[in-house]
Design a protein around this ligand. Sequence first.
Ligand SMILES: [Fe+2]
Length: 193
Amino acid sequence: MANMTIDQARELMREWTASPALRVHMECVSACVRAYGKMLDPANEERWAIAGLLHDFDYEKHPTLDEHPMVGVAHLRTLGVDDEILTAILAHAPRTGTPRDRPMSIALFACDELAGFIVACAKVRPEGTSTLGASSVKKKLKDKAFAAAVSREDIATGASELAALLGKPLTPEFETEHIQRCIDAIKGSGAAG
Ligand SMILES: [Fe+2]
């Protein structure tokens, strides 16, 4: 399966993951990473989407620090999934020691926690994502009690690495742009309702 399609990736993700929330999380991260793929590697945006869709696919079965995401990556390797995707999935978990030195790896890390946070923001709004904007997400990020499990540090690190990748200064405007791009991607995917 050297060229896994997005449909095959989704099938595999659903096979390994029963939790609706975790499925939604992977769909949302996939949509965000695809948006960066569209921007940075347009001929291969589907591959970027696949990395997002599979980054936590082993988490439900193998949630421990010893297993996630290594077990999933080992399985993907047996299916012939290529190194760029495998590296991005390993690199989203800093404990693997895999450096985030490729664009896909940087985008996946920058979107993972942020997508989770955007979904949490949408959940407390009656209209979900439809009226959600970057400014309200930024406000919620400062509220440490809201979605406390989401690492603000990882979100900040991700934005900073992304800015460096894109050759842009890390400004509040850049952060807004990144957050809005992810909101739009999630909205467009319809995954978060
Ligand atoms: Fe994740």
